[in-house]
Design a protein around this ligand. Structure first.
Ligand SMILES: Cc1cc2nc3c(=O)[nH]c(=O)nc-3n(C[C@H](O)[C@H](O)[C@H](O)COP(=O)(O)OP(=O)(O)OC[C@H]3O[C@@H](n4cnc5c(N)ncnc54)[C@H](O)[C@@H]3O)c2cc1C
Ligand code: FES
Ligand code: FES
Length: 1317
């Protein structure tokens, strides 16, 4: 083997030569830290979020072709890049040179909010356009399948990308020969007043054209290198790892013989996550990237041979021309586009993942593997029981694939590992209808692919009929047995899927047999054929109808106009700077936390010695280093910063390692040894907390009317309960902070991704024991927050600067995704119990509700969440007699905290669930009962605040009309009567979202506006830009007030240095409150300048500023808003806690697959009353983004905890937020005409949170569909469905003969893998 010292590749056209490359380095940190190309972001480190997407281009000297493909830089070892060209977002375009049409269009179509996901989105679309300059909509959505966005709800991103499609706006998938543009969905009228009557939020005419000739070319130098360079094995040697890249099969074999334990790394999508997350370490890696034989494609007479080194994306392309529908089906949903382009066929087979999608299919599909081993060339079945000793060269698949089918069900439609998947094949031979061969293999139900060999053997010789089906189901359940405690949980669901899939296969084959011999095989009744169809999958996207501006408004006045997010272009070019994008400072240290691994335990000892002995480790911060300040209270009860005596949850901060690099700090953190003594009790669930009476303080209560008396007069009483799981914030930018000591007077700057700089300032000052005026906290922008960057951020920020006391250095702390999810908590899980008294016509006269939230181990904001939940529990309804009580449970889970909606999404769901049950009892539609009980006109809330519900009713009526509710209700019923295995559901929910923070002081805001002598203006205010576009709105405000163009106004960020004591940014009020302060400051300035302006009305701002200066008039003003009047007296149950109400309604339609539990959102219509919109583009973005986040909350986002309190779901691979494929096929948002709202900023309303709740329209639409299925099956009793309504819950609620057939485990006879908390 010949060693090559240099690694050569190109980044954005620039050659990079690495002489001493460390094979452990991945491309992402290399780009960000070494090349300072910080546009490529870290979101998860495991290939699951797409934030790190780059384009890789490779030249093949044999075919002379260049392949461009998207890849996740977080999983790409740089050693694998020899000879490759890497394009990052900076190479695509920049504001300094030229922005690329992709960047321009995503920004101008309002496809960015916090912007953290945006560079990854840009790179995915850019790469697609490099390969397909006029893509189809399917190609677009496929390309975006591996990119997550937590803010936008994807619709505007798709809108932007659609402008590149050949036939923009068309579904391009003609069903029954009819295009979506010619026919309404469901054969019903299209959204009538779509963008035909309302102005568009962007103008396509101004877009730069896409010109493929302008793209960066493949570096000729690399081409020459590939052509000329003698092919020889390259070896890169690092401190701990050696990377060997053989270029011939012989060398590969030699390497494998010499290092039998060394993995053969191709895509690194299996090895990489194991190293990163499971602590695997490989001293030697063999990477045979360049071996031609691994890329063969050979079409022989009987089959197709594919090289093991081909990527899954390449395999998909090749198979498109063949008849391998089953394989193609799985290749279409397996992972995201990036992973499919990186992962190899050989790697997929050999890694033998338990949930591998292809292995079950290959196992049944008569394939052979060709293995090169030191012994010989071997032919193996592709289903490997253990890792083979050699290298897989290629695989041959026979063409004979008619009776092969693939099935899979995952938590999310795309880019989610299957819960269960399966490959099934039957062969009948000449006998016709008699089984000659049968193969069934499953994934997700054992440690690797499981074949139901015995069952298949026993079924051979049987005819393909119902008896065989019945026997097969019993045999399969017997053979593929899953214990109740099986890893991954969902055991009964998995058992049901095993046979539901077989049933689908049975039907599919029966249908084929029918076409072959209709006499012998009469086939299925039409009604049952729906089992075979895929869920509705038309790609037709949304419209938004916003308010048309006032014709009298001056053209230069930006208020009310759809102005692009101020940082939109910078988001798309990667130039927007986030906390961890700040360059590494001299002497900078990195801090990594050590967290508790027990839910409730005494710490017996902590051994730091091994960690301290590692190279690069500088210090370990323990309680002593905090010099007596080890707690801080924001909400009454002080919270400990570091815990060294008794831990009360897994993930509690114990100590923190400080080292000279991130890698060293994290490595050392793993070496801190803690000995625990477990303590009792361990309380994890709400039910356990109730049993132990473990609450934070007493109950919170609100009573109105006389509930007990009302119960005596009602026709019926029902009692019920609903459990709602929590939610992870999943902001794309993880918790980040950088503390920089200034070197004198104990001053320090803290740069942090936080919603509450004042709190960070206070807590840091307290821990460093200096006055607040020494600590300045700066926030340029935040990559998503949603309530999760307040309290826990503060605690971590308090600890981060402490090493400076000893070492005087800047300290950085950036959490990995898994740590972040473990430590920071999220939305509170809830248990809601209710007793409703109602009349037979659906009028609810009495409601008695109890709320319990799982607060976790510390108080945090839990009581406040309960209080807000209570105040909002009535949602849109007038309940004449009610009693609400709430408790915050103290449990041994990480403390839960604020999350968009703050108690309302849970509280509202409980109420709506109760109404749905009342409707069922009365035999009425829930919508009818909703309307009947709604507030009408002027009324009083349970806390006796006046409410004018005119706009609520208007939203409801408009939503009914625009969604064609009545027609579609009939269509849904017709569909349901014609289809047994697929059901549709339709539901509409109203919204009354009270806006306010229960305290005048908490709503005060301040701003500072300077006018400089050149006439330019600098605005500063106390709000944080976290994607909602508050800075953009503030510039709009300044522009209107000062009557100057927006381009003249600048905003640098938020700092405690410019605006002191600012309140937390949250509660939908950031633009409202700060806007009033900015307005005040501008008006002060204008008042001062009016005499000057009137003296020279034609002058410029430069003239006026100079004149003011010359006359000694101050050009700087603070603005102030003292806060809305707000009070609440819990003793009397009366108050005026909120300033105003946001009204709305949403109607959603879904289709479910009763056999698998899958659901598809077909259409959602949202109507909102938003007052006068300041910026309709940003407001639509808030509504849609919140709606999609809510939809995730109520349907697929499922946190899983072990019975020991360990959070399993710690990354996008396990925790599924909505992806692009989850957006409703049609999404229409419209606003009511502007309404006056006297006290607010230009009569606008805050929209950050309300939309989350509307996501529950999808929950209730699924509920409706499940009820229809159950009714058809004769199940007429009450239907209890908890949230999130996952595929598991949907499937298990659609009870049928299969759910009856599965074995059930006796509760208490086993310890389940996970527990609902
Ligand atoms: C974010 C993410 C999402 C995913 N989603 C899905 C999904 O939905 N469905 C699904 O089925 N899978 C999914 N996967 C798994 C993915 O399919 C596998 O990780 C991938 O196919 C492995 O291929 P690789 O080339 O990257 O393997 P590598 O990581 O490079 O190698 C994996 C193993 O294979 C061995 N190996 C590789 N090539 C050879 C060879 N030629 N001969 C002998 N041994 C070899 C290596 O020694 C190693 O042990 C996902 C993975 C990620 C990271
Ligand atoms: S950071 Fe690479 S995919 Fe998430
Ligand atoms: S804009 Fe996509 S994550 Fe924030």
């Amino acid at each position: 083997m010949d060693g090559a010292a240099e690694l050569v590749f190109c980044v954005n056209g620039r050659k990079v030569i690495e002489k001493n490359v460390d094979p452990e380095t991945m491309l992402l940190p290399y780009l960000r830290k070494k090349l300072q190309l910080t546009g490529t972001k870290y979101g998860c480190g495991g290939g699951g979020c797409g934030a790190c997407t780059v384009m890789i281009s490779r030249y093949n000297p044999i075919t002379k072709r260049i392949r461009h493909y998207p890849a996740n830089a977080c999983l790409l070892p740089i050693c694998s890049l020899h000879g490759a060209a890497v394009t990052t977002v900076e190479g695509v375009g920049s504001t300094k040179a030229r922005i690329h049409p992709v960047q321009e269009r995503i920004a101008k179509c309002h496809g960015t909010q916090c912007g953290f996901c945006t560079p990854g989105m840009v790179m995915s679309i850019y790469t697609l356009l490099r390969n397909h300059p006029e893509p189809t909509l399917d190609q677009l959505t496929d390309a975006l399948g591996g990119n997550l966005c937590r803010c936008t709800g994807y619709r505007p991103i798709i809108d932007a990308c659609k402008t590149f499609c050949k036939t923009s706006g068309c579904c391009q998938s003609k069903e029954n020969g009819v295009c979506c543009l010619d026919q309404g969905i469901n054969e019903l009228p299209e959204f009538e007043e779509g963008n035909k009557t309302s102005p568009k939020l962007f103008s396509e005419e101004e877009f730069l054209p896409l010109d493929p000739t302008q793209e960066l070319i493949f570096p000729p130098e690399l081409m020459i290198m590939a052509e000329k360079q003698p092919q020889r094995t390259r070896v890169f040697v690092g401190d701990r790892m050696t990377w060997i890249s053989p270029v011939t099969l012989k060398e590969l074999l030699e390497a494998k013989v010499k290092y039998p334990q060394a993995p053969i790394v191709m895509g690194n999508t299996s090895v990489g996550p194991e190293v990163r997350f499971k602590g695997a370490f490989h001293p030697v890696i063999i990477s045979p990237e360049c071996i031609e034989e691994l890329s063969v494609v050979n079409h022989a007479d009987d089959g197709l041979t594919l090289g093991a080194g081909l990527s899954l994306a390449q395999v998909k392309e090749i198979l498109k021309t063949q008849t391998y529908h089953a394989l193609l089906k799985h290749l279409g949903t397996l992972a995201g586009c990036q992973i499919r382009n990186m992962a190899s066929l050989g790697g997929h087979i050999v890694s033998r993942h338990l949930d591998s999608d292809l292995n079950p299919l290959l196992a049944v599909g008569n394939c052979t593997l060709n293995l090169l081993s030191k012994v010989n060339l071997l032919f193996l079945p592709p289903f490997l029981s253990e890792e083979p000793g050699g290298a897989v060269l290629k695989m041959t698949i026979l063409y004979d694939w008619e009776f092969v089918s693939a099935f899979r069900q995952a938590q999310r439609q795309q880019n989610a590992l299957a819960i269960v998947n399966s490959g099934m094949r039957v062969f009948f031979g000449e006998g016709g209808g008699i089984i000659r061969e049968l193969s069934i293999a499953y994934g997700g139900v054992g440690p690797t692919t499981i074949c139901a060999k015995n069952s298949c053997q026993k079924l051979i010789g049987r005819p393909w009929n119902e008896e065989m089906l019945d026997a097969a189901c019993r045999l399969i359940l017997d053979e593929v047995s899953l214990p109740g405690w099986a890893p991954g949980g969902k055991v009964e669901f998995k058992r049901t899927l095993l046979i539901s899939f077989f049933f689908k296969f049975y039907l599919k084959v029966s249908q084929i047999l029918k076409t072959m011999d209709p006499v012998r095989y009469p086939g299925l009744a039409d009604k049952y054929e729906s089992a075979l169809e895929d869920l509705h999958s038309r790609n037709h996207w949304g419209t938004s109808k916003y308010q048309v501006g006032n014709p009298k408004q001056l053209p230069q006045d930006p208020i009310g106009r759809p102005i692009m997010h101020l940082s939109g272009i910078k988001h798309t070019t990667g130039e927007a700077i986030y906390c961890d994008d700040m360059p590494v400072l001299d002497g900078e240290l990195f801090l990594a936390f050590v967290t508790s691994s027990r839910a409730h335990a005494e710490i017996v000892s902590i051994d730091l010695s091994e960690a301290l002995s590692l190279p690069g480790v500088v210090d370990i911060v323990t309680e002593e280093d905090l010099r007596g300040v080890n707690s801080f209270g924001l909400f009454g009860e002080p919270e400990k910063l570091l815990e060294t005596q008794e831990v009360s949850c897994v993930g509690q901060l114990v100590c923190a390692v400080v080292a000279d690099s991130e890698v060293q700090a994290k490595r050392a953190a793993k070496r801190v040894k803690i000995v625990y003594q477990d303590l009792e009790p361990v309380i994890l669930t709400i039910e356990e907390a109730i049993r132990h009476h473990s609450f934070f303080q007493g109950e919170r209560k609100l009573e109105y009317g006389n509930v007990d008396e009302a119960f005596k007069v009602v026709d019926q009483i029902l009692e019920g309960e609903i459990h709602m799981g929590g939610q992870e914030h999943f902001y794309m930018e993880t918790q980040s902070m950088l503390a920089v000591p200034k070197g004198e007077d104990q001053e320090m700057d803290v740069y942090v991704s936080s919603q509450f700089p004042k709190y960070i300032q206070d807590i840091v000052a307290a821990t460093l024991k200096v006055p607040a005026n020494k600590i300045m906290c700066h926030v340029k922008r935040v990559g998503g927050a949603f309530g999760g960057k307040v309290t826990k951020t503060g605690i971590m920020a308090a600890i981060t600067p402490s090493p400076h006391l000893l070492h005087g250095c800047p300290v950085r702390c950036i959490l990995e995704r898994g740590e972040d999810m473990l430590i920071t908590g999220g939305r509170h899980p809830y248990l809601g119990k209710y007793k409703a008294g109602f009349m037979n016509d659906g009028r609810i006269l009495a409601l008695d509700v109890e709320h319990y939230c799982n607060g976790g181990s510390t108080l945090d904001e839990s009581l406040f969440v309960i209080e807000i939940g209570l105040l909002k529990v009535d949602n849109a309804y007038k309940f004449p007699n009610l009693r609400f009580r709430g408790w915050a449970c103290r449990t041994n889970l990480p403390s839960n905290t604020a999350l968009r909606g703050f108690g309302f999404p849970q509280s509202g769901l409980i109420t709506e669930n109760c109404i749905t049950e009342v409707a069922a009892k009365c035999g009425l539609s829930p919508e009818k009962v909703r309307m009947m009980n709604m507030y009408k006109e002027i009324d009083q809330t349970p806390y006796k605040q006046e409410i004018d519900a005119t706009n609520l009713i208007q939203c409801w009526k408009e939503c009914m009309a625009t969604s064609s509710y009545s027609l579609r209700k009939v269509a849904v019923e017709k569909f349901n009567s014609e289809n047994y295995w697929k059901k549709k559901g339709l539901a509409m929910v109203p919204l009354k979202f009270p806006v306010g923070v229960l305290s005048t002081a908490a709503a005060q805001a301040a701003a500072l506006v300077h006018i400089y002598l050149d006439g330019s203006v600098l605005v500063t205010h106390g709000g944080i830009e976290m994607g909602q576009g508050v800075h953009t709105k503030m510039i709009q405000v300044a522009s209107r007030e000062l009557r100057m163009p927006m381009s003249n106004v600048h905003l640098r960020g938020t700092s405690t240095e410019t605006v002191p004591n600012a309140n937390v940014s949250g509660g939908s009020l950031v633009a409202d409150l700060n806007g009033l302060a900015v307005k005040d400051a501008c008006q002060t300035l204008l008042k001062r300048l009016e005499p000057i302006i009137s003296k020279n009305p034609k002058g410029t701002w430069k003239d006026w500023a100079q004149a003011a200066f010359d006359e000694s008039i101050s050009l700087s003003a603070t603005g102030y808003f003292r806060g809305y009047e707000s009070h609440m007296n819990w003793e009397t149950g009366e108050g005026h806690p909120f300033e105003y109400f946001v009204f709305g309604a949403a109607c959603s339609e879904v289709e479910i697959d009763c056999l698998t539990g899958a659901h598809k959102n077909i259409r959602t219509d949202i109507v909102m009353d938003i007052g006068h919109s300041i910026n309709p583009a940003l407001d639509v973005g808030q509504i849609e983004g919140a709606f999609i986040q809510g939809m995730g909350l109520y349907t697929i986002e499922e946190l899983k905890y072990s019975p020991q309190g360990v959070l399993y779901t710690r990354g996008p691979d396990q925790y599924k937020i909505p992806a692009v494929s989850d957006v409703p096929t049609e999404l229409h948002v419209s606003f009511l005409p502007p309404s006056q709202n006297s006290n607010t900023l230009y009569s606008s309303k805050g929209l950050g949170e309300p939309g989350v709740f509307l996501g529950c329209s999808v929950f209730f639409a699924i509920h409706d569909a499940v009820r229809a299925a159950r009714q058809e099956r004769g199940l007429l009793g009450p239907l209890k469905l908890d949230s999130p309504l996952t595929p598991e819950k949907i499937r298990m609620a659609c009870e049928d003969k299969f759910t009856k057939m599965i074995p059930r485990d006796e509760p208490g006879s086993y310890v389940p893998w996970n527990i609902p908390v």
